[in-house]
Design a protein around this ligand. Structure first.
Ligand code: TUI
Length: 316
């Protein structure tokens, strides 16, 4: 296990890396592969009806003896069901996204489940710490999917200064340089999404993975800002249609209707032309398909001593 690291200790994992809770992508196969590689694999409840979620948890247990988590997407209509399934199946860790996790913390905290909200501002971080969160993922706007407005570089140190619980950096972290940058900012762990989409064990459609492998510095765009739910995706015919509607002053309903079912179309059916190819800016840094365990090894190989020194830097 990583020495002197609160995230590895909290989650009982070897390397302080969480896999992002990516709807439609993060299933039992990917989560188990990440956990077997020494990180924390995460099953995304967001896209799953309750019975599917339960089957995925059971499947992950059959594929790994190590801890894994479930991500609860708070905009989802099935939050309450997901919560009860997590309780029933004794899932040790829950991450949350896209909303205020008070209810989740209240239900899970007394049971000893570790709750780690993904947040995008200092105020949210302070609030969830007060509510009893065990750590936070500070997600910068480089990340894929639904995002906040602040970059990882600027967000992470502010959150490190604002809370006492461990801070896990997300958004733009896809290689060893990103890992060391995150720890330099005072983070004690990282969350990685986009690079794990391209893991061998990821069931995302090969056309989706190829879009990430092909991506360059300006390949992603943010759409939907006018609806209050900005989403970062790889530029395609769908994002251009979003831009057209937003420029034309279309209603929130009209814009949101365009997005319905589009993530599934991209991830499951491989519709990368008119599907929602959610990915972070770090897509430009991802250039190969490889096993999740190899990704984790590449991220952390030879970093223990450096990270220990960097952690010392920010221990005020
Ligand atoms: O949740 C994410 N990323 C996501 S969720 C998602 S599904 C979706 N699809 C279409 C539209 C919207 C969502 C795809 N990607 N990341 C974590 C994250 N959470 N980023 C930002 C936030 C966040 C936002 C508001 C966290 C808390 C929050 O709090 C609101 C409040 O009231 O405090």
């Amino acid at each position: 296990m990583f020495r002197n690291n609160r995230v590895a200790r909290l989650l009982n994992i070897e390397y302080p890396v969480l896999q992002g809770g990516m709807a439609w992508v993060a299933d039992a196969d990917l989560a188990a592969a990440v956990s077997n590689g020494g990180g924390l694999g995460v099953i995304a409840a967001g896209s799953m009806p309750p019975d599917v979620l339960e089957r995925q948890i059971v499947k992950a247990r059959s594929l790994t003896d190590r801890p894994f988590g479930v991500n609860i997407m708070l905009l989802s209509p099935t939050v309450d069901d997901a919560l009860e399934i997590v309780v029933k199946n004794h899932v040790p860790v829950v991450t949350t996204g896209a909303g205020a996790p008070g209810k989740v913390i209240e239900r899970l905290k007394p049971l000893g489940t570790k709750v780690i909200p993904v947040i995008a501002s200092v105020a949210q971080a302070k609030r969830v710490e007060k509510q009893g969160a065990d750590a936070v993922v500070a997600e910068g706007m480089e990340a894929g999917g639904h995002i906040g407005e602040i970059t990882t570089m600027v967000l992470v140190p502010q959150i490190v200064d604002a809370v006492d619980i461990p801070v896990i950096a997300a958004g733009g972290v896809a290689d060893k340089r990103g890992v060391l940058a995150a720890f330099s900012l005072g983070a004690e762990g990282i969350q990685v999404g986009t690079r794990f989409v391209c893991a061998t064990e990821s069931n995302a459609h090969s056309a989706y993975k190829n879009e990430i492998l092909k991506a360059r510095d300006r390949s992603t765009v943010v759409t939907g800002a006018s609806t209050g739910h900005p989403v970062r995706c790889i530029r395609n015919r769908l994002t251009r249609e979003f831009e057209r509607l937003e420029k034309a002053g279309a209603s929130v309903e009209e814009i949101e209707k365009l997005g319905t079912g589009r993530l599934r179309a991209a991830v499951v059916d491989g519709d990368v032309d008119f599907g929602s190819v959610m990915a972070g800016q770090s897509a430009a840094l991802v250039d190969k398909i490889q096993p999740a365990a190899d990704i984790i090894r590449e991220l952390f190989d030879g970093t223990q001593d450096m990270i220990e020194r960097l952690q010392g830097l920010s221990n005020r």
